[in-house]
Design a protein around this ligand. Structure first.
Ligand SMILES: [Zn+2]
Length: 57
């Protein structure tokens, strides 16, 4: 299995990795960072975007 480097914590991990957007635009991150950092950040981004869309009308 190919080893990859997590672009967030810098650790090696195995597997496909995860899309770290919006924290990082390139590379991929490990499952730990994805579930503990990337997903909460992505949800807060979505919430902010939803608020802005509602606020403009
Ligand atoms: Zn990581």
């Amino acid at each position: 299995m190919e080893e990859k480097i997590c672009c967030i914590c810098g650790k090696e991990f195995e597997g496909w990795g995860n899309n770290p957007y919006p924290l990082e635009l390139k590379g991929c991150c490990c499952d730990d960072c994805n579930s503990s950092i990337v997903i909460p950040t992505r949800l807060s981004y979505l919430n902010e975007a939803a608020k802005k869309m509602k606020g403009e009308k």
